[in-house]
Ligand binder design. Structure first.
Ligand code: PLP
Length: 348
């Protein structure tokens, strides 16, 4: 592995922050319609959500253009990333992914007994698909792709990725984590979901935590072949962990397209503001397709986090390819102004 993450001390620091820009949360959510739907059904919290969950799955299946049998729900996509790793790596093997990337699935794969084959990203930080394909061997049980990628915010070309997934999934399943896809204007064109109806062995993860602003309400899902979901059912019934109220919030949020549009627009405005501020201060950044921006800094990660926290601004620090980096989530414009002020004090 070529990268290292510095985790903030959540319990001590979080309450002190005036700008919480360290967990890629959507500052505008949940949608008012989601909140009102949730409140309305709170009294039904004594019940298991049974057909209500199927209603939501049906709605998601329709939106994704797949059969309901291709959908599995979870309390956030984290749960499904982790459970996929538990099932696929029960007998060891290895997982091929980019380095750096989002580590949830890989960490559980390692804990289950698998090894990680980390393939450095290309110079533009997109996935090096050729090198990833070459890294696949007889022990590879899964390829993990996060697109757009976290922590880089970079995007891998959809046409190249479709080609890669189509070919590679003949040998080994490909997991595509599309957590940030909702921030793109043309998410449909970039999603890998269409491969499901072509019978390809791909698993696509999506979440209500980002564009829907429901990180604390915990709803996510995967789209996969029915045979894959049957394997996962060994460790989860899928959706059993989702709160009754969150199911209704998710349904209402899907209908509130105006809220999603607003989140996307304000996120892009904040990105532009941060780009301009970083330009002025002389930082170079990776152009972002997500709700966060990462850029190299000249300070060791732990010391940097402490200094930013002292300014009441929470961000993340990484060490990638021997350099220190700051990753900042897009909050409200007000929060981004606090961030640039703090950054100027700490680093300029
Ligand atoms: N995948 C990626 C790439 C993420 O960045 C995150 C959260 O930050 C997740 C998955 C997990 O999100 P959740 O469990 O809230 O759906």
């Amino acid at each position: 592995p070529f990268f290292k993450e510095f985790l903030p001390d959540y319990s001590r620091e979080m309450p002190l922050l005036e700008a919480k820009l360290n967990a890629n949360e959507n500052p505008y959510g949940p949608s008012p319609k989601a909140i009102s739907a949730l409140q309305k059904v709170a009294f039904k919290g004594n019940r298991y959500a049974w057909y209500e969950l199927f209603d939501l799955m049906g709605k998601i299946a329709k939106e994704e253009g797949v059969d309901i049998k291709n959908i599995m729900m979870g309390p956030g996509s984290s749960d499904l990333l982790e459970k996929t790793a538990m099932v696929l790596f029960a007998n060891g093997g290895n997982v091929v992914s980019a380095d750096p990337t989002y580590m949830s699935l890989i960490r559980v794969a390692e804990a289950t007994g698998a090894s990680w084959k980390a393939v450095p990203c290309k110079a533009d930080w997109s996935h090096d698909l050729k090198a990833m394909e070459a890294a696949i061997d007889a022990d590879t049980k899964l390829v993990y792709i996060c697109n757009p990628n976290n922590p880089t915010g970079a995007m891998t070309d959809a046409a190249e990725l479709i080609d890669f997934c189509s070919r590679v999934s003949e040998k080994v399943p490909v997991f595509v984590d599309e957590a940030y896809m909702g921030f793109l204007e043309d998410a449909d064109k970039n999603s890998m979901v269409s491969l499901i109806n072509e019978g390809k062995d791909v698993i696509i993860a999506r979440t209500f935590s980002k564009i829907h602003g429901m990180a604390g309400l915990r709803v996510g899902y995967i789209v996969a072949q029915e045979s894959t979901l049957t394997k996962l059912e060994k460790v989860t019934r899928g959706g059993m962990g989702i709160a009754y109220t969150s199911i209704f919030a998710a349904t209402a949020s899907m209908d509130d397209v105006a809220f999603q549009d607003k989140s996307r627009k304000l996120n892009a405005e904040c990105r532009d503001y941060v780009y301009q501020s970083l330009d002025k201060m002389g930082f170079e950044y990776i152009p972002s397709y997500t709700s966060f921006i990462i850029f190299p800094i000249e300070m060791e990660g732990k010391a940097f986090l402490e200094k930013m926290t002292a300014q009441k601004v929470g961000v993340r620090a990484f060490e990638i390819m021997g350099k220190n980096w700051c990753r900042v989530s897009m909050g409200t414009m007000e929060e981004m102004k606090l961030f640039t002020k703090a950054l100027e004090k700490v680093l300029v």
